[in-house]
Design a protein around this ligand. Structure first.
Ligand SMILES: [Zn+2]
Length: 105
């Protein structure tokens, strides 16, 4: 039996990220909120797609392609807006940063 996957550490990180990027006072209308919500949905989609039985592999592949398409569309949409591109850059930097970078000057 597949183990249930615990997404709570990721959810916590996404919550932190949202707090960090949010400029709409958590109303859910700014790019930070929307982008983080999108990431959250995508993470859940990836986990549920990847943990399905092998019989559903074809559906999974279709789902994966659809997911990639959505991500690409989101990126293209974001990159057309300079402010959004900056936020996306910030988002990516956050994910690439080492977890213990408390010594940055
Ligand atoms: Zn916000």
């Amino acid at each position: 039996m597949p183990q249930p996957i615990d997404l709570s550490p990721l959810q916590r990180e996404l919550d932190n990220l949202r707090l960090h990027l949010c400029i709409c006072n958590n109303a859910g209308t700014c790019l930070g909120c929307q982008g983080v919500d999108m990431l959250r949905q995508q993470a859940q989609m990836i986990v549920s797609a990847a943990s399905q039985p092998v019989l559903l592999q074809v559906a999974q592949e279709a789902q994966a392609k659809e997911l990639l398409k959505q991500v690409q569309e989101m990126q293209e949409r974001l990159l057309r807006d300079p402010e959004a591109a900056k936020a996306l850059e910030e988002l990516l930097r956050y994910f690439q940063a080492p977890p213990d970078d408390t010594t940055n000057h």
